[in-house]
Design a protein around this ligand. Structure first.
Ligand code: NOJ
Length: 550
């Protein structure tokens, strides 16, 4: 028996029960820095998460997805990873992460970690070695170093546009102080892109997967999964690239990489999953990532981006189900995450859809309307077939916080020239209890300031209120867990009029959402299972979802 096999045999076991767990799971997203602070330094940590596992158990989740928890200078909230095999020291230690995975498993909760294949931190040893080794060195081949254009090399190699706005190339300085080569970064200059044509890069990532699967993690969320492969010819961006012909998006070579990852995941028991962050408009290209020997699921951003409209949401749901069907993968339903405006804020705005380039300061928001709609949306997505994601704090109905500019850290804010408020407004530390900041987040302060009026949003306050968002989420997830119809029943649309969205799941469960401005009457039913707001004389009022026992 070789050592690797011995290590794996001794590794903590994943639950053997329910192999297709990922097809219907409820997955809770923890942004560690802002979840709960165990040591009172104002930053969330693993001790905080461990102390709150019973909260997640009571909420009724099947798995936790952790945003990157590795050592990082936090130039992009941890998506600039300096070491994949350790934990960011302010969050805790590797031993604590191992204990957390086991404790969560003990409560029946699986762990999904975040892998960032497109880039590393500029502090990663590989990049530091590449800088030190200089032009033409093998160390530089793991990245995209390139001479500049023009006689003196002062023009960047391409005019590709960063996902964070601005250019994608930064020029290095040679040891003698003269200007050197450029390197590629689709995000910030602190996040140099890896060269996936290099065998070291591929080997290293498969090894990282094994490192964490050996520690009992149940899956990985693959960051920016459609970006890692680049056209080595580094052409300029074509105006209308044919599918697969874009120089840095959705290239066909990616599929072979993810097949390799799937093979690694399949070496392990307990169904370890790959979840892709795949932002692609082309449904057929999106579905290719979900073929049976590639990823298990991918985030459905199409639905999340829709405004509060029965017609647009219905079309998005239908499109989603249709694009997943041929590859046999379950859909995912996401109302938000650490990158997007919180639902209660979004749905309380005139422009209630989501797009990164439309984020602005000072947008008028009706939080009462937004909260009512977010409650309805929560029941709607919880009734749809597939996996459901809950971003921490959405179960409390937290609004997006408009932070003072001087506390914002997110590079999206700075790279927009201060026009885009960035993503910190949805990353404000959670309120757990009490009447004043930091509302039980920890014994110290909180790395981003919480609004002074958050006492009604604390877990303690909402646990005590049967009409709170938290109570609604708990009730919905508890019902979903034991309902065979919601777990595996087929979806059939109901005719409930143009301003409403209604469907049956299986034999007896119906979900109806009224997105119009008038109450609507309900089909015959035996009883009401759950309602996001009280019915009015038996009718479903605007901005409300009801689950019916037919
Ligand atoms: C997507 C992540 O969700 C986001 O937070 C991050 O900034 C980029 N990928 C770059 O890693």
């Amino acid at each position: 028996m070789d050592t690797e096999v011995q290590t794996r045999a001794a590794a903590p076991a994943a639950p053997q029960t329910d192999p297709p767990w990922w097809r219907h799971a409820v997955i809770y997203q923890v942004y560690v820095r802002s979840f709960a602070d165990g040591n009172g330094d104002g930053t969330g940590d693993l001790a905080g998460v461990r102390a709150r596992l019973p909260y997640l158990k009571a909420l009724g989740v099947d798995a936790i997805w952790f945003n990157p928890w590795y050592p990082s200078p936090l130039a992009d909230g941890g998506y600039d990873v300096a070491d994949y095999r350790d934990i960011h020291a302010p969050f805790g230690t590797l031993a604590e992460a191992e204990a957390l995975v086991q404790e969560a498993l003990g409560l029946g909760i699986r762990t999904i970690i975040d892998i960032v294949p497109n880039h590393v931190s500029d502090q990663h040893p590989w990049f530091q070695a590449a800088l030190a080794a200089g032009p033409g060195s093998p160390e530089r081949e793991r990245f995209w170093f390139h001479p500049g254009r023009g006689e003196d090399g002062s023009e960047m190699p391409t005019h590709w546009v960063s996902s964070f706005q601005g250019s994608t190339w930064t020029r290095t300085v040679n040891p003698d102080g003269s200007p050197g080569e450029w390197y590629l970064h689709l995000f910030t200059p602190e996040q140099p892109d890896l060269n996936w044509n290099h065998p070291d890069v591929r080997r290293e990532h498969e090894d990282i997967l094994r490192f964490w699967f050996d520690r009992g993690v149940a899956g990985v969320r693959i960051d920016s999964a459609a970006l890692p492969v680049k056209d080595p010819a580094l052409p300029e961006l074509p105006t209308a690239p044919a599918p697969g012909a874009h120089p840095h998006l959705d290239r066909d070579e990616l599929h072979d990489i993810y097949r390799g990852w799937r093979a690694v995941a399949d070496e392990y028991d307990g169904t370890r999953i790959l979840v892709g962050e795949v932002w692609l408009e082309d449904a057929e290209r999106f579905a290719r990532y979900l073929r049976p020997d590639e990823m298990h699921t991918a985030f459905n951003f199409d639905f999340m981006s829709q405004p509060w409209s029965a017609e647009l949401m219905r079309r998005s749901i239908a499109r989603t189900l249709a694009e997943h069907a041929p590859v046999g993968a379950p859909a995912t339903w996401v109302l938000s995450n650490h990158d997007v405006t919180r639902p209660v804020t979004r749905y309380g705005r005139e422009d209630s859809g989501f797009a990164f380039d439309r984020k602005r300061f000072g947008v008028p928001t009706d939080l009462a309307v937004g909260t009512r709609r977010a409650r309805a949306a929560a029941l709607l997505v919880a009734a749809l077939p597939g996996t459901m994601y809950v971003y921490q704090g959405d179960e409390l109905g937290l609004p997006e916080v408009e932070l003072p500019r001087e506390v914002i850290e997110d590079p999206m804010h700075f790279r927009s020239g201060g026009v885009d408020p960035g993503r910190d407004g949805c990353r404000v530390p959670l309120p757990w209890a009490g009447a004043a900041a930091p509302f039980g987040f920890g014994a110290g302060g909180s790395w981003l300031p919480q609004p002074a009026d958050w006492s009604a949003y604390t877990v303690a306050a909402e646990e005590a209120d049967p009409d709170s968002m938290l109570s609604l989420y708990r009730d919905a997830l508890a019902f979903r867990r034991q309902s065979a119809d919601l777990r595996s029943g087929a979806l059939a649309w109901l005719d409930v009029g143009p301003d409403a969205l209604g469907f049956r799941r299986g034999d007896r469960l119906a979900s109806i959402t009224n997105l119009g401005s008038e109450p609507i009457s309900l089909p015959p039913h035996r009883g009401v299972v759950l309602c996001s707001a009280p019915l009015e004389e038996g009718a479903l009022p605007p901005d409300t979802t009801v689950w019916l026992d037919l």
